[in-house]
Design a protein around this ligand. Structure first.
Ligand SMILES: NC(=O)c1ccc[n+]([C@@H]2O[C@H](COP(=O)([O-])OP(=O)(O)OC[C@H]3O[C@@H](n4cnc5c(N)ncnc54)[C@H](OP(=O)(O)O)[C@@H]3O)[C@@H](O)[C@H]2O)c1
Length: 323
C-alpha cells in the first residue's frame, strides 16, 4: 500500500511509519522536519501545515491510506481539502482527552459524552473539532497515555527513571486506582493492520487498566530494582503545589479528578485487533532508551521528591531510625 503519514518525524507517527515500512509498504511522511527525521525506508516530503496551501508538496500524489496526528482543526481541514479524492482511507489519531466526564470509570468510546468542540483549544476540545472534520468512513483512534522509547512527553519515562534509582518512591495514593497506557509500537501495529483492513469507527486506543500498585511493581521487577513505595494523599500533593501530569514539579499519574481517563473499557478495541505487549517489555525498552541518552524525563527531581517525602513523614510524626 502507499501510506501517507501527516507527521511521522517523531514518536507515534514515526512508529507507524517504521512499522509500515517493515511490512513492505511504500511510506511517505509529510512534515517540516523540525521534530526529527522520517524512519529509514520512508520518504520525507516537506510541508507546512501552518499555511492553507502548505501541502503543495503533495500535489497530484495518490495514497491508499493516510494517518493524521494533527491537533489543530484548521490544519485538518486544509489537509482534507488539499488531498480531496486522493486518499483511499483516513485514520485520525485523537485522544481520550476529548471526553467530558473525567471521573466515571469504565466508560466506552461509543457512549461517553464529549467536550464541546473548540477551534483554538484547549487540547481535548480542539481534538473534538478535528474529529468532526473527517468523514464517516474514517478510523478515529482516541489514544490514551502513549509510552515507550521515543516519548517526547517524559511521563512514562518519569516512573522508569524513578524506579531505576530504587529506594523510597513517592506515589499518589490510592494503590488500587487505575493506570492505563499503550506502547507506541502496539498502537502503531494496530493502526497499520486496521488501515489495511479499511476499519472505520471510533475506538479508544489504550491497553486494559492495571492498578497503580501493579504498574509500579511490574515495572520495578522488570527493571530488576527493589523499591519501597510511600502512598501520599493527593490532597497533600495539591497543598504542596505539585502539578498534574507533566512539567516541572509534577507527578505524571492521574489523580481522582481524572481517573476516568485511566480506566476506559477497551473491549471493542481489543475485539477490533489491538494487541498489547507485556508492560515489562515497555519498561525495559524505555530504560534502555533512557540509558542510551533518550529523554526527556518530566516530573519531580530527586531532591524535590525527597523534600516532599520528608514533609509527608513530618506531618505524621514519623522519625527515621537512621541508616
Ligand atoms: N503522547 C501521548 O501520550 C498522547 C496521548 C493521547 C493522544 N496523543 C495523540 O497522539 C498523537 C501523537 O503523535 P506523534 O507522537 O506523532 O507526535 P506529535 O507531537 O503529535 O507530532 C506532530 C507531528 O506533526 C508534525 N508537525 C507539527 N507541526 C507541523 C506543521 N506546522 N507542519 C507540518 N508538520 C507539522 C511534526 O513534525 P515536524 O515538527 O518535523 O514538522 C510531527 O511529526 C497526536 O495526535 C496526539 O494528539 C498523544
Amino acid at each position: 500500500m502507499r501510506i501517507l503519514i501527516l507527521g511521522g518525524t517523531q514518536f507515534l507517527g514515526r512508529a507507524i511509519a517504521a512499522h509500515a515500512v517493515g511490512l513492505g509498504h511504500t511510506v511517505t511522511c509529510a512534515a517540516r522536519g523540525l521534530s526529527g527525521v522520517a524512519p529509514a525506508g520512508a520518504r520525507l516530503v516537506a510541508i507546512d501545515r501552518n499555511r492553507p496551501d502548505g501541502l503543495a508538496g503533495l500535489a497530484r500524489e495518490r495514497f491508499d491510506a493516510a494517518v493524521d496526528v494533527a491537533r489543530n482543526p484548521d490544519e485538518v481541514r486544509w489537509a482534507l481539502a488539499a488531498l480531496d479524492g486522493r486518499v483511499g482511507h483516513w485514520t485520525f489519531v485523537s485522544t481520550t482527552s476529548v471526553y467530558a466526564d473525567t471521573v466515571t470509570r469504565g466508560q466506552r468510546a461509543d457512549t461517553a459524552p464529549l467536550l464541546a468542540p473548540a477551534e483554538d483549544g484547549p487540547y481535548g476540545a480542539a481534538k473534538v473539532a478535528c474529529e468532526r472534520a473527517f468523514g464517516r468512513d474514517t478510523l478515529i483512534c482516541r489514544a490514551g497515555l502513549i509510552a515507550g522509547p521515543g516519548d517526547p512527553t517524559g511521563r512514562f519515562a518519569y516512573w522508569i527513571a524513578r524506579l531505576a534509582r530504587g529506594g523510597e518512591v513517592l506515589s499518589p495514593a490510592d494503590p488500587e486506582d487505575p493506570v492505563q497506557l499503550i506502547d507506541a509500537r502496539d498502537l502503531a501495529g494496530w493502526l497499520v493492520r486496521a488501515t489495511r483492513a479499511g476499519l472505520s469507527g471510533t475506538f479508544d486506543a489504550v491497553a486494559p487498566a492495571s492498578t497503580r500498585r501493579g504498574f509500579l511493581d511490574r515495572c520495578a521487577v522488570a527493571l530488576g530494582r527493589s523499591y519501597k513505595v510511600t502512598w501520599v494523599d493527593p490532597a497533600f500533593l495539591d497543598r504542596h503545589g505539585v502539578a498534574r501530569e507533566s512539567g516541572p514539579f509534577s507527578l505524571p499519574l492521574p489523580l481522582p479528578d481524572t481517573i476516568g481517563d485511566a480506566s476506559r473499557d477497551v473491549s471493542p478495541t481489543l475485539a477490533a485487533g489491538l494487541t498489547v505487549r507485556p508492560l515489562e517489555e515497555t519498561a525495559r525498552d524505555a530504560l534502555r532508551w533512557l540509558e542510551a541518552g533518550g529523554g526527556p524525563v518530566t516530573g519531580l527531581t530527586a531532591d524535590e521528591e525527597a523534600g516532599l517525602l520528608a514533609a509527608w513523614h513530618a506531618e505524621r510524626g514519623y522519625r527515621p531510625t537512621g541508616p
